[in-house]
Every structure is written in structure tokens, then in C-alpha cells.
Design a protein around this ligand. Structure first.
Ligand SMILES: NC(=O)C1=CN([C@@H]2O[C@H](COP(=O)(O)OP(=O)(O)OC[C@H]3O[C@@H](n4cnc5c(N)ncnc54)[C@H](O)[C@@H]3O)[C@@H](O)[C@H]2O)C=CC1
Length: 485
């Protein structure tokens, strides 16, 4: 697969009179690879972040590139300039982006971009493969910074780029999403001068496969979109450097095997870790460098600063098996920044209807603790589902919470049963069906957590029991699908 020797679009500059965007600045840094969602990626997490400081022209996020004041990216090795004062705001998911795409009239650029997208969709795998082949041939220094296995990685960078480009008209949601993405990429050691390299390869891949819709206008639209996207990410990362580390080191302080496959892992971050109950983080183990997976926090923020995760070892899951079968007290993990919008709205007195399946009960437990911490009595109804009685690994904890808080009600539901544990008999069936038997829940906000299939069918059930879709919160199904192991 030969990379095309085409001249840089960033050197040529976008159409419509925009200033050209220089491609290469100083020495290429010791970059890193993206592992989950989007763009240029990670450095070796256990060696410290990227290489020498580099500069790129900087523009206002909402504008088209105009060289002005430079950003200087300095290595971040986990030392925050100042401790983060407040927990981060919940971040929008790709699902949130999807909800907005059809509402506004499309701009000319968006129309051109969507045409390209429609054309490459049937051959998306080929486009992605070509994109990475090109990236690694033209920038071999970047290859060593991606995970050894690209199986999971393959889709992430490319898909996120395309998703963001598709939503280029929706400035508010897109900016928030991309800013979060840019901050999240700090843990990979992503540097500003990686973005033009990725942009070049993205456009080359599109040009090769979108033969019908591609042309000077489409290319110019993509250059503008990608330039805006990368600038938002670069700016957000630079701003975030002043207030938070690129990652946190976290020592395992306890490891409790609840079933042969499920462990509760508790860690102590090396510095304050602000987050909100219901959020999740990315975790990298020392055994699989540059492979990050998402796990929800299983507790609300605690006064001792400890964080807990419920991890189920899934077949062939690298990180999950390491977390369950290998991690022991004293091991040091790395954590990315917190993310996710499945958080409690404390401006309302609505009740909470919580549906947690399997290890999806972890963030539900955090939400319950959060409600308790706020001291306001709001009804909280929990449906806790598992395949069998044996898999209700956290039922004792949930029942203890129910005994402590009279506003809390916990209903175990097993797919195959019947079962009785802790003196509480479980219902038998699927979680969404169990929810439908109760209600209506019109004065409730809903929280869904668990396998992607449960999220999808759960939303329908929750709407069916009277909860408007804008009051149903769950993490992005796309992210859940891509973090299964
Ligand atoms: N924030 C979140 O949404 C979180 C999601 N998870 C995800 O939860 C999953 C947990 O896996 P396991 O414990 O093996 O769960 P599991 O496969 O044992 O299922 C748990 C429960 O969900 C129900 N369920 C599964 N698929 C369903 C479907 N298509 N429709 C209706 N109900 C369904 C099952 O009947 C069971 O009650 C993982 O995929 C993990 O990534 C875990 C923690 C947090």
C-alpha cells in the first residue's frame, strides 16, 4: 500500500482564502497513540509524556486557522500546576451529538462532508485500514506509540474524527465534546504537531475511497472541519495543562474477588482526583501499556480519596483479566480524567429510577451515595439485574444501603431463577420487563447502566413508564461497545 506523495493540504492552505496551516514544526515528538475515542494518541504512559515542546499556530476554536500566538506543549508527568478545584462538568457523549445532527439546516461544508461520509460508509473498514497504513508508513515514529494490537484501536480515532466532522455545524455540543476529547488525549502524550499528520492521512484516505464526491470543494470543506476540530482539541488540552495532570498514578490498596470473574478493586490516586458520582474514567494497567479501558466509579467521592471499580473479566479481555486476575495491592495503575454525564441533577427533587445490570450496578451505588451525601430525601428505586442469583455479587451492599436509607428501594431481578438472597426474593426475567411492571414513574429521573443491549432496550422501557427521554441518563453505547474488555 503506497502512500500518495500528494502535497500537504495544510501547506497549500484551505480554499476560501484561509491562511495556510504549517504542517511540520520542530522535531517530531515521542508521541503516543489514541486508545479509545479519537485523535492522535498516547505516549508510553509509564515513561512520561511526549517529547520536546512543539509549537503550532493557534486559532480561536470557532475560527479558521490564522497563525498567531503559539502553544507550547510541555511534557506532563502527572504534576498538576494547581490542584483541580472543582469536579469536572459532565461531558456530552457521541449519542448526544447524534441527537442534534438533523435539527439544524446544514451548512455548505456540512453538506459536502456528509456526502463524503455517505460514500465511504459501505467501505469504512477499508478506509480505516488505509488511513492507519498511511499514518504508520508516513509517520513510523507514531506506530510505536499505539497499542501493540490495533484491533480495538482501529475504529476509534478514525470514527471519532468522522463523527466530529459530521457534526461540524453544531458548535456548542461539538466544542464541548471535542474539548473533552482533547483533554482526554493528554494522557496519550498527544502533541499539537500530531494533528496535521493525522489530518493529511485522513484526507488521503477519504480522497482514495470517496471518488465520486471528492474534489477541491470537498477537500476544502474537510480541511476547514478538521482544522477546527483539531484546534478545539489542542486549545482544550493546553488549557487543561494548567489545572490537571495528564494522568493520575493510582496504587491498588485492596482487591476483593466477589465471584471467580468479578473483582472490586480499590485504588489510591497519587494526588486529588475530582469527579462526580456516576462518572467513569479510563484505566491502564502496567501489563498492557497504551491499552486503556473505561470503568465507572463504584462510589461517590470519599473523604479518604480512595476510588473503587467493579471489574468483570471477560473472555480475551486484556485489561479486565489483568484487573481481576493479576492486580494486587501495591500495583500501580494509571487513570485518565473523569468523564460521563450520568450524574445526579441536584437542582430537582425528582426521584431517581436506577436500572443497573451486572457490573453496571457500580455507578448506581455511587449515585445512591451521592443522594445520601446531599441529605435531601428523594425516592430512589433501584432495579438490579443479573443473569443468576450467583451473579448478584453486590446485593448485600445494596440491601445494607436499603436498610440505612428509607427512601431507597432495591429490587433484584435475575434472568434465570428464582432466587432468594439476603432474605430478599428476586424477580425472574429481563430487567426492562421488571421495570414495566411498576410505575408510572413520571416524577423520576432515570439512570441506566450495564451492557449495551440493556441500555438500548432499557430506554424504551423507561419511556414506557412515563419518563421523558431527556430525563434518561446513560453512558454512550458507542463507548460501552468499544470498551467491552
Ligand atoms: N456506565 C455503564 O453503563 C456501565 C456499563 N457496564 C457494562 O455492563 C456490562 C456488565 O456485564 P455483565 O456483568 O456481564 O452483564 P450481564 O451480561 O450479566 O447482564 C447484566 C444484566 O443485564 C441484562 N441484560 C443483558 N443484555 C440485555 C439485553 N439485551 N436486554 C435486556 N437486558 C439485558 C441481563 O439480563 C442481566 O440482568 C459490561 O458490558 C460493562 O461494560 C459496567 C459498568 C458501568
Amino acid at each position: 500500500m503506497e502512500p500518495s506523495p500528494r502535497p500537504s493540504v495544510w501547506e497549500r492552505g484551505a480554499a476560501r482564502g484561509h491562511e495556510p496551516e504549517p504542517v511540520h514544526q520542530t522535531a517530531r515528538p515521542t508521541a503516543a497513540a489514541p486508545t479509545h475515542s479519537a485523535t492522535p494518541g498516547p505516549g508510553d504512559p509509564h515513561r512520561g509524556a511526549a517529547g520536546p515542546g512543539t509549537t503550532v499556530p493557534r486559532t480561536p476554536a470557532s475560527d479558521i486557522p490564522t497563525p498567531n500566538s503559539p502553544i507550547t506543549n510541555t511534557p506532563t508527568t502527572g504534576t498538576a500546576a494547581a490542584p483541580p478545584a472543582a469536579p469536572p462538568a459532565p461531558q456530552p457523549s457521541l449519542a448526544a451529538l447524534g441527537a442534534t445532527v438533523s435539527e439544524a439546516p446544514a451548512s455548505p461544508d456540512a453538506i459536502l462532508i456528509r456526502r463524503t461520509m455517505a460514500e465511504i460508509e459501505p467501505v469504512a473498514d477499508k478506509v480505516t485500514s488505509y488511513f492507519y497504513a498511511l499514518l504508520f508508513v508516513q509517520h513510523p515514529d507514531l506506530r510505536a506509540l499505539f497499542p501493540a494490537s490495533m484491533d480495538t484501536q482501529r475504529d476509534r480515532l478514525f470514527k471519532a474524527l468522522l463523527t466530529a466532522a459530521t457534526h461540524v455545524d453544531d458548535t456548542e455540543v461539538l466544542t464541548s465534546y471535542l474539548a473533552n476529547l482533547g483533554r482526554g488525549h493528554r494522557k496519550y502524550g498527544t502533541q499539537p504537531d500530531h494533528y496535521p499528520a493525522v489530518g493529511e492521512c485522513l484526507l488521503s484516505a477519504l480522497a482514495r475511497y470517496a471518488t465520486t464526491s471528492w474534489g477541491p470543494e470537498a477537500e476544502a470543506a474537510w480541511v476547514r472541519a478538521y482544522t477546527a476540530i483539531s484546534q478545539i482539541m489542542i486549545d482544550a488540552a493546553a488549557e487543561n495543562e494548567a489545572v490537571a495532570p495528564a494522568w493520575w498514578q493510582a496504587e491498588v490498596v485492596s482487591h476483593e474477588l466477589r465471584t471467580p470473574e468479578i473483582a472490586v478493586v480499590t485504588v489510591r490516586p497519587d494526588q486529588p482526583y475530582p469527579f462526580l458520582a456516576g462518572q467513569y474514567t479510563s484505566v491502564e494497567t502496567p501489563w498492557w501499556p497504551r491499552v486503556w479501558r473505561h470503568y465507572s466509579f463504584a462510589s461517590a467521592p470519599r473523604s479518604d480519596g480512595l476510588l473503587s471499580f467493579h471489574v468483570k473479566a471477560v473472555p480475551a479481555g486484556w485489561v479486565s483479566n489483568a484487573m481481576v486476575h493479576r492486580a494486587r495491592p501495591g500495583d500501580v495503575l494509571r487513570l485518565g480524567a473523569p468523564a460521563g454525564s450520568m450524574t445526579v441533577d441536584h437542582t430537582t427533587r425528582n426521584g431517581l429510577l436506577c436500572v443497573g445490570g451486572g457490573t453496571g450496578i457500580a455507578p448506581i451505588k455511587a449515585l445512591i451515595e451521592d443522594v445520601a451525601d446531599h441529605g435531601i430525601r428523594r425516592p430512589v428505586e433501584v432495579f438490579y439485574g443479573a443473569r443468576s442469583d450467583h451473579d448478584l455479587y453486590d446485593l448485600d451492599t445494596m440491601l445494607r444501603l436499603e436498610q440505612t436509607h428509607q427512601w431507597l428501594s432495591v429490587r433484584p431481578v435475575v434472568a434465570t431463577g428464582p432466587a432468594v438472597r439476603g432474605g430478599t426474593s428476586s424477580e425472574t426475567g429481563q430487567l426492562p420487563d421488571a421495570v414495566r411492571q411498576y410505575g408510572p414513574f413520571r416524577e423520576y429521573d432515570a439512570y441506566l447502566s450495564g451492557p449495551p443491549g440493556l441500555i438500548r432496550s432499557g430506554v424504551d422501557a423507561l419511556v414506557g413508564v412515563g419518563i421523558p427521554s431527556d430525563r434518561i441518563r446513560h453512558d454512550s453505547v458507542e463507548e460501552l461497545v468499544s470498551v467491552g474488555d
